[in-house]
Design a protein around this ligand. Structure first.
Ligand code: GSY
Length: 163
């Protein structure tokens, strides 16, 4: 059987619990999935929360190659979130782990349960700063612009390398 592979970008965030081990654990789960190869992981950034008052986030991005179709990949991301104690309560509230499917090749998907490219990624420096570190030249298909171009348009205040 021929396997069709996609390159996808994943955003990772955590602001509850031991965020360093949670992000490390989430990357490990992605790496151990039979149909996912992790190609690159950005450094980690400490970022000011967007949304209601809540603790700072630890954010990162990963590029993966996968034979999963996007809806199956989304289910894998949701099950990893649940494994790390994510309960979907407040939409914009604090969370132990958030895994966002940001990009899948040059696909545009508009389903009730999945929108790709992620609808808010272009406004979010906490997404574009780490993503531009590992995939500066990939094109965001709705704007037709590269990630680095989009990133350079944003204010980066509140997005700081975690050391
Ligand atoms: O959408 C991801 C969850 N989230 C974040 C986040 O990951 N980082 C920052 N800085 N603010 C956020 N607000 C929400 S909701």
């Amino acid at each position: 059987m021929i396997k069709i592979m996609s390159f996808c970008a994943i955003g990772l965030g955590s602001n509850l619990g031991d965020s360093q081990s949670i992000l490390t654990g989430a990357i490990d789960r992605l790496r151990s999935h039979a149909q996912i190869e992790v190609i690159a992981v950005s450094r980690w950034y400490l970022t000011a929360p967007v949304g209601p008052p809540q603790p700072e986030y630890l954010n990162s991005c990963a590029m993966i190659q996968t034979s999963l179709i996007p809806l199956d990949l989304l289910n894998v991301l949701h099950s990893i979130e649940s494994e790390f104690g994510r309960i979907r309560q407040e939409v914009w509230g604090a969370r132990t782990l958030d895994l966002d499917l940001l990009l899948c090749d040059d696909l545009i998907i508009d389903l009730p349960t999945l929108q790709v490219p992620h609808p808010r990624m272009l406004d979010r420096a906490f997404v574009l700063v780490p993503l531009s570190e590992i995939a500066p030249d990939i094109i965001e298909p709705k704007s037709g612009r590269s990630i680095i171009t989009l990133c350079n348009k944003l204010e980066h205040a509140g997005v700081n390398l975690f050391v």
